[in-house]
Design a protein around this ligand. Sequence first.
Ligand SMILES: [Zn+2]
Length: 430
Amino acid sequence: MNKVFDVSRTGNPFVDQGLYCISYLVAKRLEDLTQEDFRNVLDKYNIAFLNKNLKSFTMVFGTNNPLYQNAYKPNNEKIYTSYLLELIDGISTSGYDYCEICGENYDFDIDTAWQNVCQKHKLNYKERKYVGRDTFPLIGSIGNDAQALPGASKIQNVCPKCLFAVNFIPLSTSLLKGKLTCYESTSEEMLYGLISHNVKQNQARISAGEKEILGKKEGTAKIFESFLDIMRDMKDANLPDYEAVYIWNFSNSGTGADCSIIEIPNRSLKFLCKLSRKSEELKREFLNLMQNDKGNRLLDALLESKDSSLLYPYKKYTGVSVHLYEIYQTEIVGRSEKALSFAKTVALELKDGKNLKEIEKLKSSDIFKGLANRNRVRKLIVEMILDGEAGFDDYAELFNPSGKYLYNPLIQDYDPIMYYIYNSEAEVKE
Ligand SMILES: [Zn+2]
C-alpha cells in the first residue's frame, strides 16, 4: 500500500521514541514511513514476541494490556498482534476526531477496533474500550487513571498512529534510576542516535537470551557511555548553543505511575562531546568515576553545571587526571584556561623551595578550610604581583571572573589551587 498518511515528529516523547525506533528498524527516514512499513516491521521483528519477552513492556503498559491479560492465555501474542493490525488499518489523514498527541485529524474508534479483535479471536466482549494507560503510557482515562488528575481526567482522543508507535517503546528504552527513559532533543541526529543505540543494545541482549533492558543494574554510567559513543560518531563536533537533550524518566506500572524530566543542558553536552573525541582512556576514566558514584553526585553536578568534589584529591586519592579535570572545569564549571593556569602557578609557588616532607604537609583536601591558609595564598599572590610574576588580572581571573565589585573569594574558589598542589610537578628541595 502506498503512503496515505504523514509521519513527522509529534513533540510527544512517547510517540517520537516509538516512531524513531520504527524508522531505525526499517532503515527509512521518519517522513518516508508508510502503513506498509508498519505492517512489515511487526512481522519482520516479531514485535509481539519481543514485547512479551521484554521486562520493560509492563513498565510501559502495565498488565492490563492484551499481551499480558491472563484470560487470553495462551493466545496473548496473537490477540495483541491483531490489536496492532487494527491500529494500522485505522490510520487515515482525515476524520472528525482530533488527536491530542500529534494534533492531526483522524477517523478511528478503539472500541470498534477492539470488537473486531474479539470477534476474530472469539473473545467475550465485556465493556466499551477506552484509550487508557494500558494502551498509552501515563494517560488518564475513565476507569483507568494515571493518578495525576483524578478529579479532572477525561477520555483522551488519540489517533491510531500514535497508539501504534508507543508499542515500540519497550524495545527502544533503557533504565535510569530504576525508571524508563524516552528521549527528546532539539537535534534530530542526536535523538535518532540515542534511540537507535538503545534498540541495537536491547536487540543484542534479546539475542543473548536476556530479558532485562539496557541500564538494569548498570547505573547511570551505561547511559552516558551511549551518549559518548553517539557524540563521537556525530558529523559535527561543534554543537550549537541551543542544543539540549531531555530524558523523560518514567514508570507506568501499578500504582507507582510517575514521570520526571531530566535536562542534559547544552554545557553538559558540549563537555561530553569534547570528552568523546579525546581518548578512550579519558572516556573510561570518566565512566569509571560515574560508575563508582552510587549517590549520583557527579551526575547531579554535571546537570547543574557545578563543580564536583569527586574530581578533587581526598586522603590518598589524588583526584582525577589533569586532562579530565581541566575539560570539566572549562566546559562545566566555566573556569577559564587562564584561571586554571594561574591556580597551577600559585600551587607551584606554594611548593617552591620546600622539601618532600614539607610538600606532603601541604597535601590536604582541607588545606583552605581555615582562614590562615587562604590569607597565606592571597598574601603570596600580592607578593607575586609586586615582583612582577603575576598581574592583578590573573587574580581577578581566578577569584573574580564575573568582575563583581568587592567580591570576596569563597572557599571553593581555592579548590583549583588545592587540586594542583597534588597534581603539578615542582622541583623538590633535597
Ligand atoms: Zn496522533
